[in-house]
Design a protein around this ligand. Structure first.
Ligand code: M6R
Length: 546
């Protein structure tokens, strides 16, 4: 069996350079190590090792691991690893090789995912911090849990618990063979994934709605009134685009299901005083299911007795293993760093949940059937919108010259604007800031001038008139206005320089077409600016460090 290790580094400590690239070595070049995660007390350990005459070649936190394990190695390499990990603070998925064991890869993980995929006869064993790398393969997969360590040697996998007791782990069969890396003739994964949305939304909702469109089902778990009655409120946790989906859900759960709801940013939640944990239904949302900023608060809440329902795109993920219940988006793998189809599937599923909760609470007197009927129209509305991509492209080319944008909206359209602004920032490197339109007069209006266009998300009947006035306030001060409005609201042409009309859908589903407009607008601006659309600088698809 031939062995090799490698790592695509996402820089945390030290710039992206050859010196900081993995693998890292100890001073005697006896071992080579790759690490995903963050070693929080690396400074202290580094000073200790420098005093022991160890020579460091990089600025990374990871290098201390290589020196430390080599320093602790006397006779037993596993014991050396264990005693090193005992003093490490932080998160890690580690793989290393040592010259004394030429056929062995040694591993360990804590708060950083590590999957071991292997063929039936174990002739091939692949270790990865992201099971996405198994795409195209049909493998058995073991997931290392916190504090587990082990090694691979001669077609065998050996795993130990934290007391160094050998354990037998149950493998899962993960069939990624039929998942294709193909872009299907699209120039970018992002564009392909945008165009998949009529189909992916269908995958998320169909099969969860009864034939007469009156009931919702979640095949993964029975969510009935006894389940719902266990909770007084809902707390959502997520990051980035998934956080925007959870923010939308906080409006939907309060408006439709009449359940008190709050959305939390994962990386903030750990430092907030969270009240009434046991009586809250915690809903964690993540495309990848591997986002450390979402997983860590989930783990803490679980320790304090929380019930966690997660909404994930990828099965076999760390978040699904940490949750009591998981619902899956079924949107298929999302490769572009910039999330698109996962977002629209998340909001479809969350809208369905909001409807389902309303129905459970109101028994036979539910008044949300019209919501289901409108949700079922969404795939077709998006199909129609995608046929108008050329119109959006022309608008994007016109606006691509600006360096700063305000994205405005009110109510559900405010959150839609926040998500659309993130898309533009992420892939075109243009500064786009989203505000609830009413906030403009409380400060942001000071920046408004002819060089700062406003992208006004107007497709919300509840707030259209107020939004109209807020847009006039910016127009009066010179901002170019691009409005996204419902077809019936033609009066917007009086004040907007450009208007993109979407179908006259209800407010709860207008978020879909408006979001797809935002995705394509960002895509074509980025294309005009010739940026790396699928892999924007400084970003990674799943962020497994805090
Ligand atoms: O996998 P997750 O949904 O947990 O990822 C959360 C964010 O990192 C992710 O949504 C990020 O904001 C996207 N790159 C946005 O397009």
């Amino acid at each position: 069996m031939k062995i090799a290790i490698g790592h695509t580094r996402w820089a945390t400590h030290g710039v992206a350079s050859n010196e900081n690239a993995h693998p890292h070595f100890d001073s005697e070049n006896s071992l080579a190590l790759v690490h995903n995660g963050i070693i929080e007390n690396f400074d202290e350990i580094k000073n200790f090792l420098i005093n022991k005459k160890k020579i460091f070649l990089s600025e990374t936190d990871s290098e201390v691991l290589a020196h430390l394990i080599a320093y602790n190695y006397k006779k037993d390499i596993i014991k050396a690893l264990k005693s090193s990990l005992d003093i490490i603070k932080g998160s890690y998925a580690i793989a290393f090789i040592h010259k004394d064991f030429p056929k062995r890869i040694i591993l360990a993980s804590k708060d950083s995912p590590m999957a071991i995929g292997f063929t039936e006869n174990k002739k091939e064993i692949i270790i990865s911090s992201d099971p996405n790398s198994f795409v195209g393969r049909n493998l058995h997969v073991l997931f290392l849990q916190n504090d587990e360590l082990g090694f691979i040697e001669n077609n065998e996998i050996f795993i130990f618990n934290k007391n160094l007791k050998k354990i037998a782990k149950q493998a899962e069969k993960v069939n990624c063979k039929n998942i294709s890396f193909s872009k299907n003739n699209f120039e970018h994964y992002m564009l392909k994934e945008i165009y998949e949305q009529p189909f992916t939304i269908q995958k998320t909702i169909l099969g969860r709605i009864s034939k007469n469109s009156q009931n919702c089902y979640f095949e993964e778990h029975t969510i009935d009134i006894d389940f719902l009655n266990r909770f007084k409120n809902i707390k959502l946790i997520a990051c980035g685009t998934s956080y925007h989906a959870s923010l939308l859900a906080s409006y939907l759960f309060e408006d439709i299901s009449k359940i008190e709801t709050r959305a939390y940013i994962g990386s903030e939640m750990r430092f907030q005083n969270i009240l009434n944990i046991k009586e809250s239904l915690i809903i964690a949302i993540s495309q990848s299911g591997e986002t450390a900023d979402t997983i860590l608060p989930v783990k803490e809440l679980k320790k304090n007795g929380a019930t966690v329902l997660s909404i994930i795109n990828k099965s076999n993920s760390t978040l699904s293993r940490e949750s009591d219940y998981s619902l899956y988006l079924k949107a298929g793998p999302e490769f572009s760093v910039c999330s698109t189809k996962a977002f629209t599937s998340q909001i479809s599923l969350l809208l369905l949940l909001a409807i389902h909760f309303e129905k459970l609470k109101n028994n036979n007197k539910s008044n949300s059937d019209y919501l289901i009927k409108n949700l079922l129209k969404v795939p077709n509305e998006i199909k129609k919108l995608l046929k108008r991509a050329e119109e959006i492209k022309k608008l994007s080319i016109k606006y691509a010259k600006y360096e700063n944008f305000y994205f405005l909206g009110k109510n559900l359209m405010y959150v839609t604007a926040v998500e659309a602004a993130l898309k533009l920032k992420e892939i075109s490197y243009i500064n786009a800031t989203a505000y609830p339109a009413g906030e403009m007069k409380h400060g942001p209006l000071a920046l408004v001038n002819g060089n700062l266009p406003i992208v006004a998300f107007m497709a919300n009947d509840k707030t259209y008139d107020k939004m109209y006035s807020n847009v006039i306030e910016a127009k009066t001060r010179g901002s170019p206005i691009l409005a996204i409005a419902k077809k019936k609201d033609k009066d917007i042409e009086k004040i907007a320089d450009d208007v993109f009309y979407i179908d006259d859908s209800i407010d709860e589903t207008a978020i879909f077409s408006s979001s797809v407009f935002g995705q394509l607008f960002a895509y074509y601006i980025a294309k005009e600016r010739n940026t790396d659309i699928d892999q924007p600088r400084n970003l990674a698809k799943s962020v497994t460090v805090e």
